[in-house]
Design a protein around this ligand. Structure first.
Ligand code: ADP
Length: 223
């Protein structure tokens, strides 16, 4: 599955003395390769998350287009885009994103619930929880988890429907060295099975797992 962005940029409304908008991502082209981990590093505020969300179909660019296998993502209807995202794209967002009324296992299975496919995926969900090191928390409520454990739940949840493209926004935040290594290895293994992985991180050790590394600086992407 090929993801390509052409001349995408993002301006946010932020009135100052000289301008009404702030350009968080300056016009750029980008593509993601199958079978590879592509990493974007850079300082906080440089536009990495904004770029990731535009590529993931979650944030409409101010200009430019994003194509997934030739389909212009932002010309699809909401329903078409939601379905495509759910089936083909896995997102590991920043922060704590679980549904608190559900158990960890139920959260991981939530993307499959839409299709009524949860029972067939239960063993895969447990396997993923074990790969990220929280198999013993499967039946815990989200409220009982630490920040790092919630993060790992989100990684398992992003992979449950076996997406073609994985967007990971600081997936190793809050994780100790051992879990950081496990998560980066899992993302690399996922890429090696033919998927595309975009990893946004400031974790220095991530470089050894990346096939291609970009740096973002003030909204521009540098090779
Ligand atoms: P990074 O992921 O590199 O930390 P972000 O993409 O989160 O950078 O943010 C880039 C810039 O855009 C920052 O200056 C941030 O304050 C600004 N920004 C991000 N989201 C919004 C928003 N919804 N509205 C206004 N400004 C935003």
């Amino acid at each position: 599955m090929i993801l390509k962005a052409e001349s995408i940029s993002k301006k946010y409304y932020r009135p100052t003395k000289n301008a009404s908008h702030f350009e968080a991502v300056k016009s750029l082209d980008f593509s993601l390769e199958e079978g590879k981990v592509t990493e974007i590093t850079g300082r906080s505020g440089s536009g990495k998350s904004t770029l990731l969300y535009m590529l993931a179909g979650l944030l409409k660019p101010s200009s430019g287009k994003v194509f997934l296998d030739g389909k212009d993502l932002y010309s699809l209807t909401d329903e078409e885009l939601s379905r495509l995202r759910n089936e083909k794209i896995g997102v590991i967002p920043q922060g704590q994103t679980g549904l608190f009324a559900l158990t960890v296992l139920e959260n991981v299975l939530a993307p499959a619930a839409i299709y009524g496919e949860t029972s067939s995926l239960e063993s895969r969900a447990k396997e993923l929880l074990s790969l990220v090191g929280i198999a013993d928390l499967a039946d815990s409520k989200m409220t009982e988890l630490s920040g790092g454990e919630m993060r790992r739940m989100a990684i398992a949840r992003a992979l449950i429907l076996d997406p073609e493209i994985i967007f990971a926004d600081e997936p190793t935040d809050d994780l100790d060295d051992e879990n950081t290594k496990n998560v980066l290895e899992l993302l690399q293994k996922t890429a090696r099975s033919g998927k595309s992985v975009l990893l946004v991180t400031h974790e220095a050790s991530a470089e050894q797992y990346a096939d291609k590394i970009y740096r973002m600086d003030a909204g521009s992407l540098l090779k």
